[in-house]
Design a protein around this ligand. Structure first.
Ligand SMILES: NC(=O)c1ccc[n+]([C@@H]2O[C@H](COP(=O)([O-])OP(=O)(O)OC[C@H]3O[C@@H](n4cnc5c(N)ncnc54)[C@H](OP(=O)(O)O)[C@@H]3O)[C@@H](O)[C@H]2O)c1
Length: 329
């Protein structure tokens, strides 16, 4: 697979990474451990060198899984993880916490779980309104100077926060939601990243599965699946939003590819410093998603997608209100 460099950071990774969250957390029961390890190692064999996890995924279990799966190939891959929450005794998120002592504690614990001596990319998972971003950036800067972390990242941060953080410690990467059904970053964030030379990692690039066409209005999710509380995934919203998937299906058929591949190729076509991280628990979908790196959309295709999208109104918020309040700060 071709490689991309994330902004001016010099961090070089495969054009598509692997989002590992769903193997342990978020979309129903965790994948059986050996199957998850096989999926992660197969991704590497197919050219993926960029693996995304977080303390919060499990919590802890997803980092442990990556530690085991990537151990034998540790020096050939880039591992990204995230800090920024407190957890209750049941493992639920009990609040934000990006205090300097907490960041350092999470870094040390993540290093152990990931079975490594350096975290390639350490993201603040959500901006903590109680801790100045300069203190967060300064803490990660010290971790970098101690050799425990290589690069600093932010997730779902607003423009002002990105600027302030970057002035203290260069931000290598922003990871935020971006896809054919969530294009808000185009307004303010992408121009800012271009100006500052920060790479961009779109999460949920397949619209949490919806853009692939595999989820219909009558699809039911596991009781623990996060999509049960997402307004955009109510049966009514899914029914309304099917128009977008139908459109992707038409373009995919003409290009002799699949809707998932069009969704990923569209992101890759936006900027050369964008690296999407689709997630899957299934080997055949991994192969399909990796295939998107070879799908080239022409400017004619991109123009057609744009004008067709302009005709579609997406129904439903991408987060429930209490989680929406945590993004864009
Ligand atoms: N920074 C943040 O706050 C944040 C938030 C969310 C996610 N993330 C990261 O971003 C990664 C990706 O995001 P995501 O998992 O939310 O969403 P996504 O990659 O847009 O979609 C994942 C979903 O799509 C399904 N899927 C994947 N490939 C498919 C295909 N080819 N055909 C049909 N269905 C397919 C998967 O189901 P199967 O497993 O059944 O294939 C899964 O349910 C995560 O793993 C995580 O690392 C970060």
């Amino acid at each position: 697979m071709e490689k991309r460099t994330l902004g001016k950071s010099g961090l070089e990774v495969s054009a598509l990474g692997l989002g590992c969250m769903g193997l342990s957390y978020g979309y129903g029961p965790a994948t059986e451990k050996q199957a998850a390890i096989t999926l992660i190692r197969t991704a590497f064999e197919r050219g993926v060198t960029f693996f995304d996890t977080a303390e919060a995924y499990g919590p802890y279990r997803n980092e442990e899984l990556l530690g085991e799966a990537l151990g034998p190939i540790r020096n050939k891959v880039v591992i990204a993880t995230k800090f920024g929450f407190d957890f209750d005794s049941q493992g639920g998120q009990s609040g934000m916490n990006s205090r300097p002592d907490q960041i350092r504690k999470v870094a040390d614990a993540a290093l152990k779980r990931l079975k490594t001596d350096v975290i390639d990319l350490f993201y603040q998972h959500r901006v903590d309104p109680n801790v100045p971003i300069e203190d967060v950036a300064g803490t990660v800067q010290r971790l970098i100077s101690e050799g425990k972390v290589r690069h600093f990242g932010l997730s779902e941060a607003g423009a002002e926060t990105i600027r302030k953080a970057h002035a203290e410690q260069p931000v290598a990467v922003l990871q935020s939601e971006y896809s054919l059904w969530w294009r808000e970053p185009e307004a303010e964030i992408l121009p800012l990243l271009e100006e500052l030379g920060i790479g961009f990692v779109p999460f949920s690039p397949l619209g949490k599965g919806f853009l692939t066409g595999a989820i219909k209005a009558d699809t039911t999710f596991d009781a623990k699946d996060f999509r049960n509380v997402v307004p955009r995934f109510t049966p009514e919203a899914r029914k309304a939003n099917q128009a977008l998937v139908d459109l992707l299906g038409q373009i995919a058929a003409r290009k002799e590819t699949t809707p998932a591949q069009v969704a990923l190729a569209w992101l890759l076509a936006q900027k050369p410093w964008i690296v999407p991280i689709p997630g899957t628990t299934k080997l055949h979908r991994l192969e399909e998603n990796i295939g998107a790196a070879a799908v080239k959309l022409t400017s004619g295709d991109l123009g057609e997608i744009d004008s067709a999208l302009a005709e579609v109104t997406i129904e439903g918020d991408r987060y429930p209100a209490h989680l929406q309040a945590r993004v864009g700060r």
